[in-house]
Design a protein around this ligand. Structure first.
Ligand code: PLP
Length: 412
C-alpha cells in the first residue's frame, strides 16, 4: 500500500520533477529516441537537442559550451572531479626515472563534505595521496586562515562544498577562489604547480550565485534531482585547460570525459530545470526564507529546549545569509531522532535525520559531529528542508504537529 505523505519536508534529499521539466523531456523517450552518436537523422535530432541543452546551461553559467560535462549523477561528477583530476595531474607529471609513477599530490577538503567527495578522497589516501580535511567552527564554517596554513608545495586540489546538504551552511567559495587566484600567481613565479579548485554546488545552485567565473572555480558539480529534474543526471563544469582524465572508458562521449550513450531526455530535463532555477531564483529564495523562518520561530517558541544546529542567521535577505533559506537542522534534547521521525511519518510528515543520500540510515551524522555535537546529540537532531511547493498552511500544520509530537515523546 502506498501511503501518501500530506507534507513533504525533505527537499534536500530530493525534489519532485517539475511539470515543465517533464513536458520538455517527454518527446525524447519515444518519438525522438535516436542515439546521438548515429549519423542518420534520428541521431542528428538528438545530438542537436543535447547541444542546445549544453548551450543553454553554458549560457546561464556564463561558461563555454565544452566546459559542461553531463554525468549520471552528482556523485559521479564529484568522483570525476577528484579522481579524474588527480589522475590527470599524476599522468602529466609521470616521470619514468622516478620509479615509474606519477607524483602523489596533496589534496585539501573539509570534514563536512558529502560522502561522494569523502569516499574518493579516502580511496586516493589509500593509494598514497596526502589528504587534509579542514575542521569547521561550531557554526559550520571553515576558516580561510586554516586553508592557507594547510597548503603545501605539493597541494594540487582544494575541494570545498558550497552549501551543506545537512546544516545548510554556505562556505565562502568566492573568497577562497579569489585567495587561490593570488596564491597561484605566486606559486607560478616560484615554479610550483597550480592548485585547482572544486566545489560541490549540488545544494547551492538553487539559491546562490554559481557562475564559475564569478566563484573562480575550476570544477563545479551539480545534480538534477535537487533542482526538480529527475534523479540520475548530474553535471560537472570543467574549466578549459584543466588536466582532467576520464574515470569511465568507452565510446568517448562528453568530449572524451564520460563515455556511455547520453541520457537524452534527462539532459533535456536538466537544462530546463536549470533554466527555471535561474528564472525564479530570487523570488523562490525569498519565499522559502520567509516560510522557513516562520517554521523555525514556531518550533523554538513551542519547544524552549530545541537547539538549531549550524549557523543561526536571522537575516531576512539571502545576500546576507550564511545558511540556505530552506534548511532547518534542529536538536530536541532527550528525544531520539529515529523515534521522532517515525512518529512524524505516522502523522503524515516526511522529514529526515540528515543526509538521505547515504545508506547509513540512523548513524550519527559526520557533519553534526564535525560541528561539535556528541553522537547522542547528533542522534537527537532532524533536518527539515522545505521546497518550491511548500505552502503557508503546511508550515502552520507542521509547527503544530512537531510540537505535539515532541511533547508526546517527552512525556513517555
Ligand atoms: N553532493 C551533495 C551536497 C548532495 O546533497 C548530494 C545528494 O544528496 C550529492 C552530492 C549526490 O548527488 P546525486 O544524488 O546526484 O548523486
Amino acid at each position: 500500500m502506498i501511503i501518501m505523505k500530506s507534507i513533504y519536508f525533505d527537499y534536500a534529499a530530493t525534489a519532485p520533477v517539475d511539470r515543465e521539466v517533464v513536458k520538455a523531456m517527454m518527446p525524447y523517450f519515444s518519438d525522438r529516441f535516436g542515439n546521438p552518436s548515429s549519423i542518420h537523422s534520428f541521431g542528428q535530432e538528438t545530438i542537436t537537442a543535447i547541444d542546445a541543452a549544453r548551450e543553454k546551461i553554458a549560457k546561464l553559467l556564463n561558461c563555454r559550451f565544452d566546459e559542461i560535462i553531463f554525468t549520471g549523477s552528482a556523485t559521479e561528477a564529484n568522483n570525476l572531479a577528484i579522481i579524474g583530476l588527480t589522475k590527470g595531474l599524476s599522468e602529466d607529471q609521470y616521470d619514468p626515472i622516478r620509479a615509474n609513477r606519477g607524483m602523489l599530490f596533496h589534496i585539501i577538503s573539509t570534514e563536512i563534505e558529502h560522502e561522494s567527495v569523502l569516499k574518493p578522497l579516502k580511496k586516493l589516501q589509500k593509494e598514497g595521496y596526502e589528504v587534509t580535511c579542514l575542521p569547521v567552527s561550531k557554526d559550520g564554517f571553515i576558516k580561510i586562515s586554516d586553508l592557507e596554513k594547510a597548503i603545501k608545495n605539493n597541494t594540487a586540489l582544494i575541494s570545498v562544498i558550497y552549501a551543506s546538504n545537512e546544516i545548510g551552511t554556505i562556505q565562502p567559495i568566492k573568497e577562497i577562489g579569489k585567495f587561490l587566484e593570488k596564491i597561484n600567481v605566486k606559486r607560478k613565479i616560484a615554479g610550483l604547480n597550480k592548485i585547482y579548485f572544486h566545489t560541490d554546488a549540488v545544494q547551492a545552485l538553487q539559491f546562490l550565485e554559481c557562475r564559475p567565473s564569478w566563484l573562480k572555480v575550476d570544477l563545479m558539480t551539480f545534480s538534477g534531482h535537487k533542482i526538480y529534474a529527475p534523479k540520475g543526471i548530474g553535471c560537472l563544469f570543467v574549466r578549459k585547460g584543466t588536466p582532467i582524465r576520464p574515470i569511465i572508458f568507452g565510446g568517448g562521449q562528453e568530449f572524451g570525459l564520460r563515455s556511455g550513450t547520453e541520457n537524452v531526455p534527462y539532459i533535456i530535463g536538466l537544462a530546463k530545470a536549470v533554466e527555471l532555477v535561474f528564472k525564479n531564483r530570487e523570488r523562490t529564495a525569498a519565499k522559502m526564507l520567509k516560510l522557513r523562518n516562520k517554521l523555525l520561530n514556531n518550533i523554538i517558541k513551542n519547544n524552549k529546549s530545541a537547539r538549531l544546529n549550524g549557523s543561526f542567521d536571522p537575516p531576512t535577505s539571502l545576500g546576507t545569509s550564511s545558511r540556505l533559506p530552506n534548511n532547518i537542522n534542529i536538536r530536541f534534547p532527550g528525544v531520539s531522532n529515529e523515534t521522532l521521525l517515525v512518529s512524524l511519518d505516522q502523522s503524515g510528515m516526511a522529514i529526515s535525520a540528515g543526509s538521505a543520500c547515504s545508506a547509513r540510515a540512523f548513524g550519527a551524522s559526520h557533519v553534526l559531529t564535525a560541528i561539535g555535537l556528541t553522537e547522542k546529540q547528533a542522534k537527537e537532531s532532524i533536518r527539515i528542508t522545505i521546497g518550491r511547493n511548500t505552502t503557508e498552511a503546511e508550515i502552520k500544520e507542521a509547527s503544530e504537529v512537531i510540537s505535539k509530537t515532541i511533547k508526546k515523546l517527552k512525556s513517555i
